[in-house]
Ligand binder design. Sequence first.
Ligand SMILES: C[C@H](O)CC(=O)SCCNC(=O)CCNC(=O)[C@H](O)C(C)(C)COP(=O)(O)OP(=O)(O)OC[C@H]1O[C@@H](n2cnc3c(N)ncnc32)[C@H](O)[C@@H]1OP(=O)(O)O
Length: 745
Amino acid sequence: MKQWASNLSDLYTNKKLAKMAEVIVTMEVGSDGVALITISNPPVNALALPILAGLKEKFAEAMRRDDVKAVVLTGKNGRFSGGFDINVFLKVHQTGDISHLPDVSVELVCNTLEDAKKPIVAAVQGLALGGGLEVVMGCHARIAAPRTQLGLPELSLGVMPGFGGTQRLPRLLGLSKAIDMMLTSKPILSEEGQKLGLIDAIVPPQDLLKMSRQWALDIAEARKPWVRSLHRTDKIGSLSEAREIIKKARQLAKRTAPNMPQHQACLDVIEEGIVHGGYAGVLREVKVFNELVLSDTAKGLIHIFFAQRAISKVPKVTDVGLKPRAVKKVAVIGGGLMGSGIATALILGNINVVLKEVNSEYLQKGIKTIEANVRGLVARKKLAQAQAEKALSMIKGVLDYSEFRDVDMVIEAVIENVPLKQKIFSEIERVCSPHCILATNTSTIDLNLVGEKIKSQDRVIGAHFFSPAHVMPLLEIVRTEKTSAQVILDLMTVGKIIKKAPVVVGNCTGFAVNRTFFPYTQGAQLLLHLGVDIFRIDRLISSFGLPMGPFQLQDLAGYGVAVAVGKEFANAFPDRTFWSPIVDLLIKSGRNGKNNGKGYYLYEKGSKPKPDPQVFPIIQEANRQVNIMPVGKPITITDQEIVEMILFPVVNEACRVLEEEVVVRASDLDVASVLGMSFPSYRGGIVFWGDLVGAKHIYASLKKWSEKYSNFYKPSRFLEERAKNGVPLSAPLSASASSSSRARL
Ligand SMILES: C[C@H](O)CC(=O)SCCNC(=O)CCNC(=O)[C@H](O)C(C)(C)COP(=O)(O)OP(=O)(O)OC[C@H]1O[C@@H](n2cnc3c(N)ncnc32)[C@H](O)[C@@H]1OP(=O)(O)O
């Protein structure tokens, strides 16, 4: 496979250098005596260190100059600011040195802005997020354009507001709403902000600066109040009310964010300010913020923030001047669960869909599923009725290929059967136009096999959606050696239009996600055969942060999938596939997981899955057949080791995926594991987590288990090399080579 690897931090460092010239704070003083200070740091006016220094300098000048009566602060190009520059956090993580963090909260927001001797009005447009909104709240009034996004999303980065936001937002909005905004990280629009008191006035964008200047002069000349947010108490309520609200928020956070320290920490700091006053709260906020920045949670979430943005940069695809072609009409072949989900996602993205089935019964079923998917979104208030009707008008069911002549893309989503897929590919190559993209939704089969019988190999691509396809955010785009860059770019663009995160990967059995995670279920089954309680395993994996444990996941996916996929992996990777009879025995005893209400768990409508003790005799029979318990007795094992024995084999397979360059960069696999497998984002994805744990420990553990229990655990060559040379798993392949040559010297 080609050399695709690139390094995430290099990518950002180079780009940052190129942008330096545009990073500037300007000041213009008008004849009205108002100084207009403007932040410029495209594309989101992030508060980078030079911007913060520039703000201090310009405000000092404005305060000094006799011709300045008041100040308006704004952002360039229709956006106020996306917050503090998150690249600085990366620097702190790389160096472990928090002195890279500037003193903004006290020095800039309290001393320079809020306590300034001339009034300052924020003119806000587009967005003011995180530190951006915190600066806005330090001003003496806030004028916004319509539909401006206002939010404090810092908790989603594993930190919390650090420029006084934990203190000023409750004082401007009231405690409940402020806590809700911080804990959910969800922004509100300026219209709601005005109703709640965060925004003083909303004016059309063209009048924003004019009105803000007037407002600033009105404050200077005492026609409007001069308000310092931190000094307000009128919206906080009594101490006992505040404590009750905080207590409820703590309980909720305990349930919804159990492994994330930033939620409770944020509530602690809010409480401090309520009990001891806003300024005490500001000081405590700085202290706790600095601790949180260095937490593994912040490291993981900040890594995922950049990793998600890096997936759209694919060497030799997105950097060679190609323009995406319009994809207006797509044919989906197969109206089963996947096909109807894919069709739903496409029509919701305003793309016309032709759904093909083999007979009218199946076709009707497929169309009904699509209708149910769309209506379900309306019922959950995720889609307006009018949008739903529009989407449903974009689907057409067909039984033959006559509508295929003018489609821009076909997505085949039939059962995992190679001859059937090959026949379909030959047919679509014949009936579709020569520009049409020929995609398959196979989850495991080698694409070269699927397209083997056709000539247009450059148009063959994998569009691997995850079930339910209209909900799950990941789109794994699988390219072969022959897939053209144009076709990859077109599918990436379609992915973005239908609101998926497209990750481009190479072709192999299981591609990046299913391949990396195939040892996940197998590791769990191996533990079952070593006598470990399956319900304990599921509980521990859920506590680790996955939405459910491996046995419950198997129940949910259905055993048919487990058997079919298991065979593919056994064929492709016989040296490391662990054989277990458990699923066959469950099927034989009339269990088919959630499908028929009976698996490892019992499923009854309206209640949570219940562990079913009747599976124990089936497990005993399976254990008798496999017979791997040392001295015939269940092993004694710690909770930590259980989690490791399930997840280290996944990291091990991830290493092979990296070595074979199935992904462009390690962080792509992190994003794919988070969005496709719901691996907890606060652990940074599978490779990032592997590096946090450390290659050395993972290697030593796998080696020990492979000698003690099974070859299934045998460490990969890549892992062994990285562990021995002390190179992070996420470092590009070239790092490994240079480090091992260094090691040899
Ligand atoms: C002390 C303070 O309390 C701490 C903070 O302020 S922490 C920061 C809080 N702010 C945030 O969390 C907002 C993060 N940003 C976002 O959510 C989104 O980028 C956005 C809604 C602002 C814009 O979204 P969108 O238009 O889709 O553009 P998006 O692709 O995400 O970002 C554009 C570029 O800006 C960069 N960017 C966005 N926000 C940034 C930030 N706060 N710092 C540095 N870079 C940022 C992105 O990395 C991306 O860079 P790239 O083009 O090199 O990949």
